[in-house]
Write a protein that binds this ligand. Structure first.
Ligand code: PHE
Length: 356
């Protein structure tokens, strides 16, 4: 018995890991372990022998079990120590600096425009960028032979031979959202629709994708006078100074009468200043919604009337923030974005209110 004791106590002390400990446990006190087998022999002993050997074997078994438990705890401590040493980190080291993203001028201006019109009671509507030609053209009183279809340099979606779905285009303006909003909500209605539009055009002031914001107000007696007030209110809030507008008679198939609107500006020293000077800059198209367009939108033109306008968002961003080349907007050049972008927590606060 003493031999067994010495053998196992020494082996347990020397065990390198939990696996070794476990096989020692099986060898010594497992069901067929050496100590267990000895215990089975107790039955064959005389009562006197048993009285000595029984307690001694039990004591041995207990000693081995507690040696196993102690060694197991010691191994776990060592493992933990080891891990703590290996995973140590110096929380006093200064953090690595990270580039923070910035808000693109188009997002920024869209946000500002939305906030200003929201203050005037306009909700925001959206429509698909891939539009069917009915919403983009026909419903807006631009029939198939109309030159506006060609003028707009439309991108048509490819169609497989035999596909008889209606032709689809990349919307050439946000005006189709007028139709969708009229059909969805009926009259009265007061919405703006900001979004991407597409035309096949590319130079310093044109990109094949750009942004517009459409405006639409329909009521019983909404007039051009309301349009002029809303636009002047908008431009003054947007540029932070009183901005005069000039209406020039124009033509759009979906408005009658139609007007292009200029804002007062100066060009002194090669840079534009909005709100002062003797020059005029064209910024949008507008007019009273054509009766045929109301009809296409399921609104009775004898009971309702209203105005609509479309403004170029990118153009507004260039004017307000002095950005010279439109193409750079969409080059995704990080140096440009860092220069002209806005920090997410440091944006001009139009939300503070128009009069702020
Ligand atoms: N859709 C016109 C354009 O893209 C702008 C416009 C909108 C004109 C609404 C009148 C009314 O040029």
């Amino acid at each position: 018995m003493e031999e067994l004791r010495q053998k196992y106590i020494a082996a347990i002390a020397a065990a390198a890991d939990e696996g070794a400990l476990e096989s020692l446990r099986v060898q010594a006190v497992g069901k067929k372990g050496e100590v267990s087998l000895k215990m089975r022999e107790l039955g064959k002993m005389s009562p006197e022998e048993r009285q000595v050997a029984g307690p001694a074997l039990n004591a041995l078994k207990e000693e081995i079990n507690s040696a196993l438990a102690a060694k197991k705890a010691a191994l776990a401590d060592v493992a933990l120590e080891e891990r703590l040493r290996a995973e140590w980190l110096d929380v006093t080291l200064p953090a690595r600096t990270r580039r923070v993203g910035s808000i693109h001028p188009v997002s920024q201006v869209t946000e500002e425009v939305t906030a200003i019109f929201a203050d005037m009671g306009f909700g925001v509507a959206e429509g698909p960028q891939v539009e069917d030609d009915w919403h983009n053209f026909d419903a807006l009183n631009i029939p198939g032979h109309h030159p506006a279809r060609a003028e707009m340099d439309t991108f048509y979606m490819a169609r497989a031979e035999g596909d008889n779905r209606p032709p689809h285009v990349l919307r050439t303006h946000t005006s189709p959202v007028q139709i969708r909003s009229m059909m969805k909500h009926g009259a009265p209605l007061r919405i703006i629709c900001p979004g991407r539009v597409y035309r096949c055009d590319y130079d310093q002031t044109h990109t094949p994708m750009f942004h517009q914001v459409e405006g639409l107000a329909i009521g019983r007696d909404i007039s051009m006078a309301n349009l002029k007030w809303v636009l002047e209110e908008f431009f003054s809030a947007f540029f932070g100074t009183h901005v005069e507008t000039r209406f020039r008679a124009s033509h759009f198939p979906f408005t009658e009468p139609s007007a292009e609107v200029d804002i007062r500006c100066s060009w002194e020293g090669g840079t534009v200043k909005v709100g002062e000077g003797d020059d005029w800059l064209e910024v949008l198209g507008s007019g009273m919604v054509h009766p045929k367009v109301l009809t296409a939108g399921n609104i009775d033109p004898l009971a309702w009337q209203g105005f609509a306008f479309g403004i170029g968002i990118d153009r507004l961003a260039m004017l307000k923030y002095g950005i010279p080349d439109l193409r750079a907007f969409f080059d995704s050049d990080l140096r440009w974005l860092r220069h002209y972008g806005f920090a997410s927590l440091d944006v001009p606060s139009i939300h503070a209110g128009i009069s702020a």
